[in-house]
Design a protein around this ligand. Sequence first.
Ligand SMILES: Nc1ncnc2c1ncn2[C@@H]1O[C@H](COP(=O)(O)OP(=O)(O)OP(=O)(O)O)[C@@H](O)[C@H]1O
Ligand SMILES: [Mg+2]
Length: 286
Amino acid sequence: MPEAALHVGSGKVRELYALDDDRLLLVASDRISTFDVVLPTEIPDKGRVLTGLSAFWFARTHDICANHLLALRADGRSTECRRLEMLPIECVVRGYLSGSGWKDYTSTGAVCGHVLPAGLTESSELPEPIFTPATKATTGHDENIDRERAAELVGAELFDEVERVSIALYRFAAEHARARGIVIADTKFEFGLDDGTLVLGDEALTPDSSRFWPADEYRPGGAQPSFDKQYARDYCESLGWDKTDPGPELPEEVVAGTRARYVEAFERLTAIGFDEYLADPGAVNR
Ligand SMILES: Nc1ncnc2c1ncn2[C@@H]1O[C@H](COP(=O)(O)OP(=O)(O)OP(=O)(O)O)[C@@H](O)[C@H]1O
Ligand SMILES: [Mg+2]
């Protein structure tokens, strides 16, 4: 654990320590949450997959937007970061219709104020990626909001900037991933301000913050197989769990299956063996 660092917070997945006034140590645990409930069972190495993949993307996207990463530690799960004043919205970009986007579309024909063509099916590719922000709920589930509400929360000028940057990041990553056999259906970014400058924070373009689908099995018209936590979610739902705390224990085969999917996403996207990453996390920066 971090030497003289002060523990300043726990998220569902990460522990946050203050290194000094300007820097945080973010430690990604192996915890998994489904439907916003942390499950009692951990997925070995999941935190390392998230940390390594985020660092991989941070190294490749700083021309699009500055990010908070200062240093990746040798344990492969801890990062030293610039401490940001986080914006109160989750910056979601959707290239495909799934999850709450699909649900909103079926009831209103629109997602977060974006009116979409009629006749789309579940998992359809959208004509253009859309920015669909959500509130950061301190308790309960995030809620999709339209651009007016989001612009009220962060200011109109900053809203325009986060929309533009989020879509540019998504386009870059979706193109990279597509060439490696993965469809990034949607993803969520969290930005903050550092002395007034917009900086990408948190994790980025990971299987926890995105929907990753195997491109060769993509068939619009229903739900898709995935490289993210959908597999664990499906198991939890199959039990008839009411999605309130405490969540169910995961059996060994679901733990192994989830771990394998996370590792496969890492290896496909980075073209780096996960063992190679464990031996030398710096591999993701080359
Ligand atoms: N550079 C940064 N400066 C300050 N806070 C950050 C930074 N990067 C990420 N965070 C915050 O650290 C936390 C990361 O923890 P984690 O991902 O476990 O949280 P979460 O479960 O997604 O959300 P919550 O914090 O609501 O539980 C988030 O609250 C995120 O907004
Ligand atoms: Mg998080």
